[in-house]
Design a protein around this ligand. Structure first.
Ligand code: SF4
Length: 378
């Protein structure tokens, strides 16, 4: 189960905070990028201690990594290569926002080995982009996808969102059509979660904006399933669709509990099957050198995590792999709870796997709550 190793790097800077965002991102403060990279590189060196392991995936996430200067990205990638052997087919992904991508940066990324680019597009209508607090335009997205192709990117993902305030099914269909017209290799389609403490939460609470109904949201998701499948994208996770062979290997590793090392503020890593390493969430504390917290996971926690993450994938959880890994079958561990979810039509079982049904995907939180009850863990 755990032959591959991933590296996650968090770049927390954003030009402006989006109205729905509760990620640990640092608005503006771009003047601290060098200082932050110094600390991150020091953290990586300190953790690896000269023991160069082979990494199969690297994911530079954010925040907005495309806000790094060209030289800063070069420096970061040099440091990754100083501390890890990158496998020949290493997938190196980087997140970006369309308005911050520049030609020289894309060239630098390619020259540094980045081979997968992910862009936060979310929607194409100026009205929706403004509600979200995003600053790009549809035309900009079109231009930067073309620019990325020219720079040499052959693996591009676009993030899209549904369930947005005032969004209609037609709006979402137009966004999907636009994304399809760009012929990218991967699409991530997320439902908006309105998080407490964000401006979006306040607007929805006070009635400034209304969210689509559950039925409307479901219709949007169904539309994505239908249109993307008609256009050659295979759904492999609740929110992720790809052309054959273009699944995000880093995320697949995370969902199957492969080991990964995480660096940067708020980053987590799974450094042994029972050890999670979690960095501090405070940017200032991180810069001051506060050490990551080491958490030991009980076998129960590991088993639940395998199930929780595995059920996100359309193929579900392999019964055989689970048994080999934990020495107990899924049935033995989650017996009555599984039956309850199967009877409710939320989970299905074949000879080899258990997986969520379409309804189970809508109600995944319910499934997890059902399975999480401590009584089900023997
Ligand atoms: S770009 Fe991403 S991380 Fe930054 S504020 Fe927007 S949603 Fe949050």
């Amino acid at each position: 189960m755990n032959q591959n190793l991933g590296v996650y790097i968090h770049i927390p800077f954003c030009a402006r905070k989006c109205h729905y965002c509760d990620f640990p991102s640092r608005e503006r403060k771009l003047s601290l990028r060098d200082e932050y990279l110094d600390r991150l590189i020091q953290e990586m060196r300190g953790f690896t201690r000269g023991k160069k392991e082979e990494a199969n995936t690297v994911f530079i996430g954010g925040g907005t990594p495309s806000l790094l200067k060209d030289e800063q990205l070069r420096r970061l990638m040099r440091s990754v290569k100083d501390n890890y052997f990158l496998s020949d087919d290493c997938e190196i992904s980087m997140e970006s926002n369309p308005e911050s991508l520049r030609e020289s940066f894309l060239d630098t990324a390619i020259a540094s080995g980045v081979n997968r680019l992910s862009m936060g597009v979310q929607a194409t209508q100026p009205r929706l982009l403004s509600i979200l607090g995003r600053r790009h335009t549809k035309e900009q997205v079109q231009a930067v996808v073309a620019m990325s192709r020219k720079a040499g990117f052959q693996n591009i993902n676009l993030d899209l969102m549904f369930g947005l305030p005032t969004q209609t099914l037609q709006d979402f269909e137009n966004t999907l059509n636009f994304a399809l017209s760009l012929e990218v290799e991967h699409l991530s389609v997320y439902g908006l979660i309105v998080e407490e403490g964000t401006p979006m939460f306040a607007w929805v609470e006070e009635g400034t904006y209304f969210l689509p109904s559950q039925e409307e949201e479901r219709a949007m998701y169904d539309l994505a399933l239908k249109k993307l499948s008609q256009n050659g994208y295979r759904q492999y996770e609740i929110s992720n669709f790809s052309k054959p062979g273009k699944e995000c290997r880093h995320n697949l590793g995370t969902w199957t509990r492969q080991m990964y090392h995480g660096y940067g503020v708020g980053a987590a890593g799974l450094i042994a099957k029972d050890i999670r390493r979690q960095n501090v969430l405070s940017f200032d504390d991180y810069l001051l050198g506060k050490e990551a917290e080491i958490q030991t996971l009980s076998q129960k926690e590991q088993m639940f995590e395998s199930l929780m993450l595995g059920l996100r994938m359309t193929k579900g959880v392999s019964k055989q792999v689970f048994k080999e890994y934990y020495g107990k079958s899924l049935k033995e561990v989650f017996e009555q709870r599984f039956d309850a979810s199967i009877n409710k039509g939320l989970v299905k079982e074949t000879n080899t796997h258990v997986f969520l049904t379409r309804r189970g995907m809508d109600l995944m939180n319910q499934v997890l709550l059902d399975l999480m009850d401590d009584d089900c863990l023997k």
